[in-house]
Design a protein around this ligand. Sequence first.
Ligand code: SF4
Ligand code: SF4
Length: 264
Amino acid sequence: MTAGSPLPSIAVHGLTGCAGELLVILENLENLIPYVRVSSFPFAQSKNEDDRPVDIAFVEGSVSQPHDLERLKKIRAQARWLVGVGNCAVWGCVQRDGCRKESAVAMFEKTYGDKSQDDVMPSTPLSDHVRVDVKLSGCPINSTQLLAVTASLLRDHLPYITSKPVCLECKLRENACVLIENNLPCLGPITAGGCGALCPTFGAACYGCWGPSEQPQMEAMSTILQEKGYEMNEVMSRLFAFGAPDELFERVKRTIPQVSVDTI
Ligand code: SF4
Ligand code: SF4
């Protein structure tokens, strides 16, 4: 960005999700406003320029309906950088986990008593459909990461996003380990970092809300949790509730016999 040049533009969109990430972006808007022009943010403003190219498009939510997919393709075509924000966008989160257990059509019918299938499709993350330049996990995302990612993209650099386990951040904060010291079922060893080990810092177990870490050692985690007397189905269902790739689910099915996949 050079002096006198127009500010770079951003757009903030929500597909199927709870709007938690939109709220985090809204909360941080005063920090962004000096450096960007908000071209579109239907959640927060009524005048939006949806047909203009933007420098950065932030997209929350999963693709769960045909019109989500149409919007996503249009957003992708207009954005220089596309950032998937939050676990729904990155992993599919609870709605994807639901679709693993029961078909989207069956759930729709059960909920709305309507057999029409036109508006229903299985929930999937953004990257199943378009190129996603940056994936920002979290349920919801962390403000510091959001600002760091934006600053990096405004300088034309792809940011480095860690998916090393929460344990790494926990050790850097010199926390006592709640898994070892308190026998709590902490999923920090298999969960991606980024939150700054928020829960263990306050003495609680991590329940996996950032999604799986890079190369999660599921089998070793399972052995430790079983030694401590935990019911594997309950523990795994917490992790998978926030979404995880099908390959990881299949691996758990194959390698951890104590897990009954029908109930996670
Ligand atoms: S408390 Fe949890 S996140 Fe922290 S080191 Fe122990 S297992 Fe890892
Ligand atoms: S559940 Fe785990 S990943 Fe989520 S905020 Fe707590 S420590 Fe971080």
